[in-house]
Design a protein around this ligand. Structure first.
Ligand code: AGP
Length: 583
């Protein structure tokens, strides 16, 4: 997704902005740029390609905007990179989001003699704002222009002739960072962590004016107050350390992050459990890895007799008529900025359910749409493939389920015991995982099967492998194989069998038999090996651990090692972004 970063203060803006763009790289991008206002002119440098290849830039000026672009309208190119400037160079804009009616606006501006150099919706927007500047200030012109715009945006508008920046937000995330006699603004907290932890989250419909030592926020033509939150993260937590990739680091961090997830205020657990207990129905909704975690919660609650349903956020609207004011909707999200999830929560608002969110990032849009929030406290997750957030989500879900049936302390100690085993699981499975990677890295397809709560693990492990190694991988419920997917199995096709010694063991072993007799290469994930297994990834016995955590950890690592062996960058997989802020 695109990333925005900006600065208003006394220091050299270009150096601050260039460092900030490097902190936004993890979001995925294909071009970048900066614009600095200085003595009545705006200087712009923008390029297709990676920032790390950029020479050290140093432009004069203490107010600027910067952007990493993830192409939506217009191919990746120097011309289509942001910032975009108005045809006369008086204004510059950076934009995250999509303006859906930009062609019509462009046609109208062309008739007013405006000229365009790019294919982007963002260049239309900056010229539309310019066209509203007659006799009014930049804020009013921006507000007037946005009344004609359809779509989503987080924008920062810089003027050659003003010592302030105008911001606006609708559906795309946007934060203000309050420094000491300097101001920052960004799409997410990462580039601001070096300077401040005091953060204001803009709401949909907000416009703001930022000077070096002040900010004002407006919504629906009146001034509003937006309180600051203190972000509990440090830049150090986001450093790579001695690891080769963030994904490798974050897999190894899980021993600590699961322990962090267990540190929850009793009142938070009580408030959420009280909502769940009184719910007529519980709808769990998310996307991607968070949806797979939601499946675990679905099983945990339905095992306790709760009426639950786990639905992909982008599909939730089709089930809206099942939701009532007596329902609870559990939104699960690492970023809290997934557009499909935000859109789903807005869609169902008319049904007035209680919304409980399980989040990692503080100050997100999903947080604003929630009645209760519980944070997994995993710290910044930089790798696009979610790992520590997944096990943090599961840990919080087990904690809530334990609290619901009065076994909170027992559940917490089970989770602590599980966390302590992560290191050994990785150490003991390292050589077998290396063997699997070496012998199977040429395979075109991988299949993962699991039953009951291990079905979620099968789906999550498949998602990990496909999204960073680009090998086709699918997860199935074990019982599904013979109803079709078994036709895909032929000699040598790898089938990962998630076979903890729980109530599903005998059934999943017979599913493995079905695959084996068709020639599959069986990779068993279990506490003991089996004659069926061609490869054996050992996990601890059930009585002291939580299987959805212990069985996914080695499979996260399998995906990571496979991607590296195939020469892929596990932190920045092609076509993907860390937070999908567009629908
Ligand atoms: C998972 O590895 C992917 N990065 C992706 O599926 C992700 O889980 C999904 O986009 C949801 O993101 P969220 O948790 O921030 O809402």
């Amino acid at each position: 997704m695109c990333g925005i970063f900006g600065y208003v203060g006394d220091r050299n803006a270009s150096q601050i902005l260039m460092q900030g763009l490097k902190d936004l790289e993890y979001r995925g991008y294909d071009s970048w740029g900066i614009a600095i206002a200085n003595n009545g002119t705006i200087n712009v440098i923008k390029r297709k390609g990676e920032i790390s290849k950029a020479e050290d830039l140093c432009l004069e000026g203490r107010i600027g905007i910067a952007h990493t672009r993830w192409a939506t309208h217009g191919v990746p190119s120097d011309i289509n990179a942001h910032p975009h400037i108005s045809y006369d160079g008086a204004l510059a804009i950076v934009h995250n989001g999509i303006i859906t009616n930009f062609e019509a606006l462009r046609e109208r501006l062309l008739k007013e003699e405006y000229k365009f150099s790019s294919d982007t919706d963002s260049e239309v927007l900056v010229n539309l704002i310019h066209s509203k500047m007659n006799d009014v200030g930049l804020l009013e012109a921006t507000q007037a222009a946005l009344t004609e715009v359809e779509g989503s945006y987080a924008i920062a508008v810089l003027s050659a002739n003003h010592d302030y920046v105008v911001l606006a937000k609708k559906e795309s995330p946007f934060l203000i960072g309050v420094g000491n006699d300097e101001m920052f603004f960004a799409s997410d907290i990462m580039p601001m962590l070096d300077y401040t932890k005091k953060v204001i989250t803009l709401h949909d419909g907000d416009t703001a004016v930022l000077t070096q030592n002040s900010f004002e926020v407006f919504n629906s033509d009146s001034k509003v107050t937006r309180s600051a939150t203190s972000v509990p993260w440090s830049k150090k937590e986001a450093e790579l350390g001695n690891f080769a990739h963030y994904m490798q680091k974050e897999i190894h961090e899980q021993e600590r992050t699961i322990q962090e997830a267990l540190r929850q205020p009793a009142e938070t657990l009580e408030a959420i459990c009280s909502s769940l207990k009184n719910a007529e129905r519980i709808f769990i909704t998310a996307e991607g890895t968070s949806l797979n975690a939601g499946m675990v919660f679905d099983l945990l609650l339905s095992e306790k007799g709760y009426m639950t349903k786990c639905l992909r956020a982008s599909e939730l609207r089709h089930h809206k008529n099942q939701i009532t004011q007596d329902s609870v909707v559990v939104a699960v999200s690492q970023s809290g900025e997934t557009a499909d999830l935000i859109s789903a929560l807005k869609d169902i608002k008319e049904k007035n359910p209680k919304v409980v969110s399980i989040l990692n990032r503080v100050g997100s849009h999903v947080e604003q749409l929630s009645d209760h929030v519980i944070y997994i406290k995993a710290g910044p997750e930089i790798g696009v493939a979610s790992t520590k957030a997944y096990t943090g989500q599961i840990a919080v879900m087990y904690l809530l389920a334990g609290n619901l049936n009065g076994s909170l302390d027992e559940t917490r100690s089970l989770l602590l015991s599980t966390a302590e085993k992560v290191h050994n699981i990785l150490a003991e499975s390292e050589s077998e995982i290396s063997r699997i990677v070496e012998e199977l890295k040429g395979q075109r397809d991988f299949y993962f099967i699991g039953k009951g709560i291990n079905h979620a693990t099968a789906l999550e492990a498949a998602l990990k492998l496909k999204e960073i190694s680009y090998i086709h991988a699918e997860g199935f419920a074990g019982g599904e194989l013979k109803h079709g997917p078994l036709a895909l199995i032929e000699k040598g096709v790898p089938v990962v069998v998630i076979a903890p010694k729980d109530s599903t063991y005998q059934d999943i072993i017979s599913n493995a038999h079905e695959a084996k007799t068709r020639g599959a290469a069986i990779i068993g994930v279990s506490s003991e090996t089996h004659t069926l297994f061609d490869y054996f990834v050992k996990i601890p016995e059930n009585h002291s651990t939580i299987y959805p955590i212990t069985s996914v950890v080695p499979l996260q690592y399998l995906a990571y090692k496979m991607a590296v062996a195939l020469g892929k960058n596990p932190d920045k997989p092609r076509n993907l972004a860390k937070s999908v802020t567009v629908k």
